[in-house]
Ligand binder design. Structure first.
Ligand code: F6P
Length: 323
């Protein structure tokens, strides 16, 4: 019987479990034996495999995180690490591997596929910074989580007439911050793609108060320059001159947890099943994502390392909506 393996890698994202479930059940339905690799590439190098049956992936559709565990694995970046991983797959006669993860994970998947391992990727990261998918698994649930927090923070900001800096995830991509800012009605948004001086942000807040607002929300991406900590320190130093009372709230990893929403569950399910179908048809070396609403396969060469710029229309609209 032919054997396939599945792993999750990098930052966990809501919907990964739905993808694992679909990979396993579609694989079983096509007559494959299914193996799960624990703890991402670290577990692959160490040979942490376990057989997965239909019942092993029951009851996980609505669970965040990943039942397989995940890791960020420095060893896999080395040729020795990759060849050890390949050896583990060959030893178990694995005919194909599904890699569920974001940009770093898919770069690793591309490297494995260049070593003649049939690999199909499933685009999954809350950052939504992976080319080859309009929206990656986990991003919309993470946005809902961030928006729920901003809605609550606005209640207390309004009660006290305060300004809140809300830090959301995104080390190098401002997608979550931009969408949280637009969806949450932020008075200012700070993203890595567009550096601003603290004085520019202060001016946006002061102008908002000048237009009659009683409070302000600034959504700051983790990787913005200056970042939320630096901004808060600057505002504290100039508190008297700037004239607004500040509080900081860091959402951090809270955005990664929680049950996947409808879009993430369903897209993860479609992508997981399609990944196995690709391997069955001997079509690999591709990333599966959702493009124009459809499951789409794009060759790794076109997606790994490719830029995925933010929507310029949203960037233009954001400051207008704060009026
Ligand atoms: O890649 C997803 C992400 O959540 C980023 O937004 C964030 O910068 C990073 O992971 C945090 O990584 P870690 O969980 O390893 O601290």
């Amino acid at each position: 019987m032919k054997r396939l393996a599945v792993l999750t890698s990098g930052g966990d994202a809501p919907g990964m479990n739905a993808a694992i479930r679909a990979v396993v059940r579609r694989g079983l339905s096509l007559g494959f034996e299914m193996l799960g690799v624990q703890h991402g590439y670290a577990g692959l190098i160490a040979g942490e495999f376990r057989q997965l049956g239909a019942r092993d992936v029951g009851g996980i559709l609505d669970r965040g995180g990943t039942i397989l565990g995940t890791s960020r694995c420095a060893a896999f970046l080395t040729p020795a690490g990759r060849s050890a991983a390949l050896g583990q797959l060959r030893d178990r006669e694995v005919a194909g591997l599904v890699v569920i993860g974001g940009d770093g994970s898919q770069a690793g998947a591309k490297a494995l596929s260049e070593l003649s391992m049939p690999v199909v990727g499933v685009a999954s990261t809350i950052d939504n910074d992976l080319a080859g998918s309009d929206v990656t698994i986990g991003a919309t649930t993470a946005l809902d989580t961030a928006l729920a927090a901003v809605d609550r923070l606005r209640v207390t900001a309004s009660a006290h007439g305060r300004t809140f800096l809300v830090e959301v995830m995104g080390r190098s991509c401002g997608y979550l911050a931009l969408l949280t800012g637009i969806g949450g009605g932020a008075e200012a948004i700070m993203i890595p793609e567009i550096p601003q001086t603290p004085e520019q942000v202060a001016a946006a807040i002061r102008e908002a108060y000048g237009r009659g607002k009683s409070h302000a929300i600034v959504v700051v991406a983790e990787g913005a320059r200056p970042n939320a900590t630096e901004l808060a320190a600057y505002f504290a130093r100039h508190a008297e001159r700037l004239g607004f009372e500040l509080r900081v709230s860091t959402l951090g990893h809270i955005q990664r947890g929680g049950p996947p929403g409808a879009f993430d569950r369903i897209s993860a399910t479609l992508l997981g099943a399609a990944a196995v179908e690709q391997l069955e048809r001997d079509l690999h070396g591709v990333l599966l994502g959702i493009v124009d609403g459809k499951v789409t396969a794009t060759p790794y060469a076109k997606v790994v390392g490719a830029a995925k710029p933010l929507d310029p229309g949203l960037l233009r609209l954001a400051p207008i909506l704060t009026l």
